[in-house]
Design a protein around this ligand. Structure first.
Ligand SMILES: *Cc1c(COP(=O)(O)O)cnc(C)c1O
Length: 373
């Protein structure tokens, strides 16, 4: 009987069989010709890595058990004990915690660079600085980094540029084409897109770095399971459609909220008054994604009332699923910053982050109208 599945089945196996020693020799002699052990490689996780690699225009990628593992792999691919990294001050909370509390113990030090100074790194670079970590679109203020300028500035100082492209997705921005050396994702977010997977991926622009990423994945055991890989591949197939809908809905929500008397500020790159609107337009091919933040009155009771009244935006501290949700930066992602750091980043009591989904836009607008009433 001939079985030819249209899509890759789930290879839910930790190990693969060999008939004889010749096959074993073939495995080692012709890399990529067979599978041996799923931590080293599995058809499902390879399919995910290859699919994202293709979308990002990379030379190779590794799929990891989470976005955090992808960040860890990317930093380790470029650094060893004694090295120093630069990190954009507007960065995912997990990334700064990883650098501050774990990588520092391994002898890798960090300096944070304020958003305004990202394109002039001279004062921050040390002889042992190896890379800059930055996000295409930052959380929660949706600041957009000019990746071409950033890559030029990094390479002028001999640094690698590592971009966390989670908020943009490769549909909106492809960092490697703009000069970045590694582009990485929390696949948990837009790439899988349905809030049912925890995964990551790191993509390298050159083959040598890609090989390092894969080796780090294998030796640190950052591997992604077959089932999670399969779900992420399934989600990825609709990424382009979803990003269009997320962007379309978010722009309508942003325009609605920008004129609402209860909303003091809307942070969304698609709005004309966003400081990097033109850059976001060019770099994002006219799409701005589904993420935004809004500033309500700086009063916890006002925020509570908004959360309780909204039915379409449940509080769920993740993002980028097909169903809308909201998060609260001061109480979650940026909870452990000092009050000065929170103030400096504009993260105050009234700041709420929305992840706009792909529901009918009339439903979302009606819900927000009601929640703010
Ligand atoms: C969620 C997120 C991460 C971490 O990803 P996990 O899959 O939760 O490990 C990293 N960077 C950004 C921008 C994120 O939103």
């Amino acid at each position: 009987m001939k079985i030819e599945p249209k899509i890759t089945p789930i290879y839910q196996t930790s190990v693969f069989k060999f008939d004889d020693l010749n096959e074993l020799e073939q495995y080692f002699g012709e890399p990529g010709s067979r599978y041996l052990y799923s931590r080293n490689g599995n058809p499902n996780s390879d399919e995910l890595a290859e699919a994202v690699n293709k979308l990002e225009g990379g030379a190779g990628a590794v799929a990891t058990g989470s976005g955090m593992a992808a960040i860890f792999a990317a930093i380790l691919a470029c650094c060893q004990a004694g090295d120093h990294v630069l990190c954009a001050a507007d960065i995912y909370g997990g990334s700064s915690s990883l650098l501050n509390t774990e990588l520092s113990r391994l002898g890798i030090t960090v300096t944070y660079v304020p958003f305004e100074q990202l394109y002039e790194l001279t004062d921050f670079v040390q002889p042992n600085t190896k890379l800059l970590l930055a996000e295409t679109i930052s959380n929660p203020l949706l600041r957009v980094a000019d990746l071409r300028r950033l890559a030029t500035e990094c390479h002028r100082h001999g640094l690698k540029l590592v971009v966390d492209n989670t908020f943009a997705s490769p549909v909106i921005t492809r960092p490697l084409e703009l000069g970045a050396d590694i582009s990485l994702h929390s696949v948990t977010k837009y790439i899988s897109g349905h809030s049912d997977v925890t995964a990551g991926v790191a993509v390298a622009a050159d083959e040598q770095t890609a090989a390092r990423l894969k080796q780090i994945g294998v030796l640190y055991g950052l591997t992604l399971s077959p089932m999670e890989s399969w779900l992420a591949v399934r989600g990825l197939k609709t990424l382009r459609l979803r990003m269009r809908e997320h962007s379309h809905n978010a722009l309508a929500v942003a325009e609605f909220l920008a004129q609402h008397p209860k909303v003091r500020q809307v942070y969304y790159p698609g709005l004309l008054d966003h400081p990097q609107h033109m850059l976001a337009m060019e770099q994002g091919a006219g799409l701005f994604g589904g993420m935004m933040s809004i500033l309500l009155e700086d009063d916890a009771e006002v925020v509570n009332e908004f959360m309780r009244r909204s039915q379409r935006f449940p509080f769920a501290p993740s993002l980028a699923g097909v169903d809308s949700s909201l998060s609260y930066p001061l109480g979650t992602s940026h909870r452990y910053l000092t009050p000065e750091q929170q103030q400096g980043l504009g993260i105050t009591v009234g700041l709420v982050r929305l992840s706009v989904g792909i529901e009918p836009i009339v439903d979302l607008l009606a819900d927000l109208e009601h929640a703010l009433d």
